[in-house]
Design a protein. Structure first.
Length: 81
């Protein structure tokens, strides 16, 4: 079933940005919102978090995760008494 409707320019832009960030089509973004209740705001936050996780993984792969001293201090902080 094809359904056609008009989006405001602001909503259209938000959907296009989310689609580009997620490698999904705008129709898939709108379908996700309708079928699963994932609002555009929720999807925007979700994709920002995915981006942050990817940056963290890339930093860890470069060795920018933590120094040996940082790890030793963290281990000492949570060691049982």
């Amino acid at each position: 079933m094809d359904v056609k409707f008009e989006l405001s320019p602001d909503l259209k832009k938000r959907v296009e940005i989310i689609a580009a960030q997620s490698n999904l089509s705008p129709a898939q973004i709108i379908s996700d919102a309708l079928e699963y209740g994932h609002s555009l705001e929720w999807q925007e936050r979700f994709h920002q978090q995915v981006k942050q996780v990817k940056r963290g993984i890339a930093a860890a792969e470069r060795g920018d995760f933590a120094s040996e001293g940082d790890i030793a201090r963290l281990g000492g902080k949570y060691r049982a008494l």
